[in-house]
Design a protein. Structure first.
Length: 529
């Protein structure tokens, strides 16, 4: 069982070869914890769970065992094989039909798969397959010949977008259970080969079975491993931008966007964020005004450096509409996708029609603190990824092998490290906010993402009689020895913007250093109040 304190998602996985009692555990926890959603993961109907409830025995191969809690939505994730006949019988047995959903992308087990499973001397005789058709069905999925649930009339009334439902529930702070089937010892990758099941059964794969973090599916043909995140920006532009093309990019923002656009002969067109009462908003009206017939690309950094802003569902939907309307490709820089203290991140790639025109920038530098390892990835439509890979071969050859092994260990290993890191970052954030918001002339919003703070110091600058960002920065450095970045380190000042901001990173400083540095700045400003 994988369960982290304070996490909204619990994954119930087996550490042996099955028969660990996962179904009974799920049923018990469903009644005690009352989750919003219980999603079945794993292979398919080749593994059964048994539940004793209300004087009855329920043997279930598809429906989540948490059906005993009547307040839970019951789902089957897109990575799971489904047999419509088995589902029908189990819905009749449990009466759970009104709250049941199956992802439209699930692979359907057909009679031909079952016949192949039962008639194979190797599968049936040597391996001891269950004869449920799971192995052949998974092979058909790999070969792109499988039928999926959205094309099965008998499942039409139950079709659902399982990743979207799960991510929304987590974002809303609701509890979600993921019920795995079969134990780790039967994993196709980690078990005693060939006496294994037809896919991986680890906890990470169980999470992927119900949709992963972004709610979209990718294969190896959609991924190009890169020596860091920055090369993805450059190769995105080289692959899709011609000289003279206009590219929308965030300002303030990661300064490499604008410099690379101009270096490669493009026209860098900035858009910005506007401070609201409790968060920074994407300036959608400004983006729409800036689109011309020469606009080809949009760079989106959500979650955002330096403001820590994140797009709402409505903002992402409108941005996707604009991209589709004007035929724009999007670089979605998701370096901070997993750096958040509450809620769930979204990707524009999951918006309708956007997976085919979005390149995701992934990096190991943030979640796994592997900055010096120089490893990232471009993830997106195969035709663009092919070009990026060819650029990679011709420029760097490939990322170093030891970095890739390190990344694999990070992805598949114990995730307590990243969780502990986030807990540490939260204490640092809160300590910095306490001092900043007690400083005269300073206002700082409380971000739930990234490890940056973006305080408005306009009032403090007036108290110190500083006319702009640079004079404020220099005065504080000279008087206190405290150094920091200002808004001007993240792009040139935009016309009409008068507010002054700092960008403070608390990723590499302990609480004592944070309190000392911000305390000195606070004392200086108080002396002029």
């Amino acid at each position: 069982m994988s369960r982290g304190d304070g996490l909204a998602c619990m994954i119930i996985a087996g550490g042996q070869w099955g028969d660990e009692g996962k179904g009974k555990v799920v049923a018990y926890l469903a009644l005690t914890d009352k989750p919003k959603i219980i999603a079945r993961a794993g292979v398919g109907p080749n593994a059964g769970h048994t539940v004793y409830y209300g004087g009855k025995t329920f043997g279930l191969r598809q429906i989540p065992c948490g059906f005993v809690y009547e307040g839970a939505r019951l789902l089957i994730g897109p990575g799971v094989l489904v047999n419509p006949e088995v589902i029908k019988k189990e819905l009749e047995l449990t009466g759970a039909g009104p709250r049941f959903g199956v992802d439209r992308k699930c692979t359907v087990i057909e009679n031909s798969h079952i016949e192949q499973d039962k008639s194979s001397d190797f599968l049936k005789g040597k391996i001891g397959t269950t004869g449920t058709g799971c192995g052949p069905a998974n092979a058909a999925r790999i070969n792109r010949t499988a039928k999926i649930a959205e094309n099965a009339p008998e499942l039409r009334e139950f079709l659902a977008d399982v990743p979207q439902e799960i991510n929304q529930a987590i974002e809303d702070g609701e509890a979600v259970f993921v019920e795995g089937s079969q134990g780790f010892g039967l994993s196709l990758f980690h078990g005693t080969y060939p006496y294994v099941t037809s896919k991986d059964t680890s906890a990470s794969t169980l999470a992927a079975d119900v949709g992963g973090a972004r709610g979209v599916e990718y294969g190896r043909e959609n991924v190009s491993v890169q020596p860091g995140g920055k090369p993805v920006i450059a190769k995105f532009l080289l692959a899709l931008m011609d000289p003279g093309d206009e590219v929308l990019y965030p300002n303030p923002g990661f300064p490499i966007y604008g410099s690379l656009i101009e270096f490669f002969g493009g026209v860098a067109v900035p858009y910005t964020y506007v401070e609201g009462a409790d968060r920074f908003h994407l300036d959608l009206e400004g983006i729409e005004r800036s689109i011309t017939p020469r606009t080809r690309l949009l760079i989106l950094n959500d979650l955002h450096n330096p403001t820590a802003a994140e797009c709402t569902a409505e903002e992402l939907a409108r941005l996707a509409e604009l991209a589709l309307e004007h035929d724009l490709f999007v670089l979605s820089d998701e370096a901070y996708f997993d750096i958040r203290f509450a809620g769930a991140s979204r990707s524009i790639a999951a918006q309708p029609g956007m997976q085919e025109r979005t390149i995701i920038l992934y990096t190991f530098s943030k979640k796994y603190a592997m900055t010096g390892w120089r490893l990232g990835a471009a993830i997106g439509p195969e035709p663009v990824i092919d070009v990026i890979t060819r650029l990679n071969v011709n420029i760097e050859s490939c990322p170093t092998h030891f970095s890739q092994y390190g990344a694999l260990a990070a992805l598949t290993g114990d995730q307590r490290g990243p969780r502990e890191m986030m807990a540490t970052l939260k204490t640092r954030r809160d300590a910095a906010l306490e001092i900043l918001n007690a400083t005269p002339g300073v206002r700082c919003l409380t971000p739930e993402t990234t490890f940056y703070l973006y305080p408005d110091v306009s009032g403090a600058a007036r108290l110190l009689e500083c006319a702009g960002h640079e004079s404020f920065r220099r005065l504080v450095l000279e008087r206190t020895g405290v150094s920091f970045c200002t808004r001007l380190h993240f792009g040139h000042a935009l016309e009409g913007v008068r507010r002054l901001y700092l960008r403070l990173a608390y990723s590499g400083l302990g609480i004592d250093d944070i309190r000392e540095g911000l305390g000195k700045m606070k004392t200086l400003i108080e002396s002029c109040d």
